[in-house]
Design a binder for this molecule. Structure first.
Ligand SMILES: [Fe+2]
Length: 393
């Protein structure tokens, strides 16, 4: 199995360029989210052990399957998909529902090669940096790739598609397409909304190393596997992913870093030989509690999106939420399945309307506490003229 997984990874054209965890040891958790209708394929993806779960959702169609936001097609993933194909018919469509989310874009070409009969659908405005390359150069198969919206939508008698954006970000555009799977009442989304659980996701049970790595206070502390350490590590990973540099995190000096390296019990690759460039000065637990609020697992806007993508475009997000609450298919909404964190999350049209009202009533894209680093980044990009003051819609 490991050989097959590695072979699939090696076909990935960008693989050597990106130091993405977990390198050649990618595992996938396959879960049936809604019996006979919807399946979740979760993998870890990240850099330097700051690994967050990423999800592909597989939806059953009348005559086959749809893959929404593909993950890397390892041998394990392909075997599970072939099993589903046996039961429900072939993979008909592979959808890249975001213009900007690199973590969702990278697996698409390899997944498309694994299913040569499937149609590939991509969000318009796919961008690459530093050069804008034609879609075929990005690895999307030229003969069977369609653009969502511009060339219609796949299976639109069974699915309701809705665009969030587009929004001009200066360097490129933000846009994502949500998809209501009418048979199950599940709304598939990419990055716009998340629901963060207080306990680590099941995916980490196969390998809790990233959690244990971040649960420590210093580089010379060996990795200890206890439920408390796993929970602390999860809280810190969620804070990293949400705020990039949360308030309680300080980066130690190079001297401190080296003083704590190569300690007893840490002279191994799993501990990065004691190299641990993080120091948590405040309580990461309190910061995490503030992040998830009084109702763990509730739907919320991801902080990175709020502060870096929508800081001056809250109205665009509100419009999208209210369309979900009252547009086509709204009365059928039962679940939300995001591409990160918890799923499925119970949902309803009324819940979407209430979420929009709550977002409108609270302060938006603030600057203090955990938000300070994101706010600094945003100001820097604004001053440099990289992002527009008034985003074009
Ligand atoms: Fe994402």
């Amino acid at each position: 199995m490991a050989q097959a997984d590695n072979a699939a990874d090696q076909r990935w054209p960008w693989w050597p360029l990106l130091p993405l965890y977990p390198y050649g040891r990618r595992r996938t958790l396959v879960r049936e989210l809604i019996p006979g209708q919807l399946w979740s394929f979760e993998q870890l993806q990240g850099i330097f052990y700051v690994a967050v779960p990423i999800r592909m959702t597989v939806a059953r169609l009348r005559d086959g399957l749809l893959l929404y936001a593909p993950v890397a097609p390892t041998g394990e993933v392909l075997r599970a998909l072939r099993d589903l194909e046996q039961q429900h018919g072939p993979v008909r469509s592979i959808v890249l529902p975001t213009a900007s989310g690199l973590e969702h874009k990278l697996p698409v070409p390899a997944m498309a090669r694994a299913f040569p009969e499937a149609q590939v659908w991509v969000t318009p405005g796919q961008w690459s940096f530093p050069l804008t390359l034609p879609p075929a150069w990005l690895g999307f198969p030229a003969g069977r790739t369609r653009v969502l919206g511009e060339q219609g939508f796949p299976h639109d008698d069974e699915l309701v598609w809705l665009s969030l954006g587009p929004l001009d970000l200066g360097l490129g555009r933000f846009q994502e397409f949500s998809c209501l799977h009418r048979a199950s009442g599940a709304l598939l989304i990419t990055d716009a909304l998340v629901a963060i659980s207080s306990d680590p996701p099941e995916l980490f049970e196969a390998d809790p190393t990233p959690l244990l790595f971040h649960a420590r206070e210093r580089g010379d502390q060996p990795l200890q596997d206890t439920p408390e350490q796993r929970r602390r590590g999860w809280q810190r990973l969620a804070l990293f992913a949400s705020f990039l540099r949360p308030e309680a995190l300080q980066v130690p000096s190079l001297r401190q870093l080296l003083d704590q390296a190569f300690g007893p019990g840490c002279r191994n690759a799993r501990s990065y030989f004691g190299l641990y460039p993080f120091h948590w000065s405040g309580s990461s637990e309190q910061a995490f509690d503030r992040l998830i609020g009084s109702q763990p697992g509730r739907l919320q806007v991801a902080p990175v999106l709020e502060r870096l993508v929508f800081p001056r475009a809250r109205a665009v997000l509100l419009r999208w939420l209210r369309q979900l609450a009252s547009g086509p298919g709204a009365s059928e909404l039962r679940w939300v399945v995001p591409a990160h964190y918890d799923a499925p999350v119970p949902a309803s049209a009324e819940g979407m309307a209430q979420l929009a009202d709550a977002i409108e009533a609270r302060p938006w894209a603030t600057d203090g506490g955990n938000w300070a680093y994101l706010a600094r980044l945003d100001r820097l990009l604004l001053r440099a003229g990289v992002v527009p003051d008034r985003p074009a819609l």
